[in-house]
Unconditional design. Structure first.
Length: 319
C-alpha cells in the first residue's frame, strides 16, 4: 500500500514537470523560491490495540483509540515548478502525547455484600520526533493551495507512565500488599521504532504582507497518517490533524531600470560655420526738385528759422 502511494506521488510530480514546458509563466517573480518557518498545534489520534507496553505487567483488557495534543515547528522551503505547482519541503521538531485510559467493571464483595467495582488502567506517553515532509502543492485559486505527499518521522526519545488503580469503591479496597495502585512503571518506551512514514494532505492560504509580494503569512490545515507502528511489536500507529501558520520570504523583484540619460547638447564647435553674405554696394545720389518740377543735381540748402508764440489762458487749468 505504501509503495502505491509513492508511485502515485512520483507520477504526479513527473506530470507537473512536463506541464511546466507547456505553460506560459504569468508572474516571473512567482517562480522564485520561498524560505520560512512554521509552527503547528493540533490533535494526535492513537489507533491502538494493545494492553501494555513491552517489559511491563498489566491486567488491562486493552487500550483503543485515544486523542491527545501534539505540537511542533520547523523550517519550510517552497520550490516553484511553475505558476500552479510548488514543491513544499518541511523539516521540523514535534512532540506527540498520549493519554490512554481503560476501565473494567467487576463484582466485588464488601462487608459480605456484593457491589460493583471499577478498576482503571492508565498509560501516559510522550514521544519526540523530527518530521520531514515533501509535499506537492497545486494552486486551486489565486492564493489557495492543495498539498499532498509523503511524510517521515525520525523518533528521538520517549517516556511513559503506566499504572492500575481501584476507582470504585472509593473509600476502601486495596490490591494485596500494594495499596490501591499497582503495576506502576515509568521510563523510556522499549522497542521504539526508529522511523515512521506515511502520507500528508492539507490546504493553505498564502496572504501577502507587503506590496512587493516578498513576505507572506500562510495559515493552513494538515492531516498526516503514519502507516507503521510507533512501537515495533505493538499495534499502535498515529494520525495528526494540525492547524498551523508559516511565515515565508522570497527576494523582491528587481527595481525598474533608471531612465536613459538625456542626449548631449550640440556644442557650438560642432555647428557648421555661417556662409559669408555677399558684399552690399549702395550708391546715394541727392537732387532737388523746384516748384516747377525741374531737377537740380546741385541743390542749394536754405535754412529758415521761424519763431512762434503760443499763448493760452490759465483759468481753465486752475479752476
Amino acid at each position: 500500500m505504501t509503495r502505491s502511494y509513492i508511485r502515485i506521488f512520483i507520477i504526479i510530480l513527473i506530470c507537473s514537470i512536463y506541464n511546466t514546458n507547456a505553460q506560459t509563466t504569468i508572474d516571473t517573480n512567482a517562480l522564485k523560491p520561498k524560505f520560512g518557518v512554521y509552527g503547528q498545534y493540533g490533535l494526535a489520534f492513537h489507533f491502538a490495540d494493545f494492553a501494555k507496553l513491552p517489559n511491563t505487567q498489566s491486567c488491562c483488557g486493552g487500550f483503543s483509540t485515544e486523542i491527545a495534543p501534539t505540537f511542533g515547528g520547523g523550517l519550510v522551503v517552497d520550490i516553484p515548478i511553475d505558476y500552479d505547482y510548488i514543491i513544499d519541503i518541511r523539516a521540523g521538531f514535534s512532540q506527540v502525547t498520549g493519554n490512554f485510559y481503560s476501565e473494567i467493571n467487576t463484582d466485588i464483595l464488601v462487608d459480605g455484600n456484593l457491589q460493583q467495582g471499577v478498576f482503571s488502567y492508565n498509560l501516559n506517553s510522550n514521544v519526540s520526533k523530527i518530521d520531514f515532509d515533501a509535499l506537492l502543492s497545486y494552486r486551486i485559486a489565486e492564493n489557495v493551495f492543495l498539498n499532498g505527499g509523503p511524510s517521515f518521522g525520525l523518533l528521538l526519545s520517549s517516556d511513559y507512565k503506566q499504572w492500575e488503580q481501584i476507582e470504585q469503591p472509593s473509600d476502601r479496597g486495596v490490591f494485596p500488599g500494594e495499596g490501591r495502585v499497582r503495576n506502576q512503571y515509568e521510563g523510556e518506551i522499549q522497542n521504539l521504532s526508529s522511523l515512521i512514514f506515511g502520507l500528508t494532505v492539507g490546504i493553505d492560504y498564502q496572504l501577502p504582507l507587503n506590496k512587493k509580494n516578498s513576505l507572506f503569512i500562510v495559515p493552513g490545515l494538515y492531516y498526516s497518517h503514519k502507516f507503521n507502528n510507533i512501537v515495533s511489536d505493538l499495534a499502535c500507529n498515529i494520525s495528526e490533524l494540525k492547524a498551523g501558520v508559516a511565515v515565508k520570504y522570497r527576494t523582491p523583484p528587481a527595481p525598474p531600470p533608471p531612465p536613459p540619460p538625456p542626449a548631449n547638447p550640440i556644442m557650438p564647435d560642432s555647428l557648421p560655420l555661417p556662409i559669408n553674405p555677399p558684399a552690399l554696394k549702395v550708391f546715394v545720389d541727392a537732387v532737388s526738385v523746384d516748384s516747377n518740377g525741374r531737377i537740380n543735381k546741385e541743390p542749394k540748402v536754405q535754412i529758415e528759422d521761424f519763431v512762434s508764440i503760443n499763448m493760452r489762458p490759465l483759468l481753465n487749468y486752475v479752476f
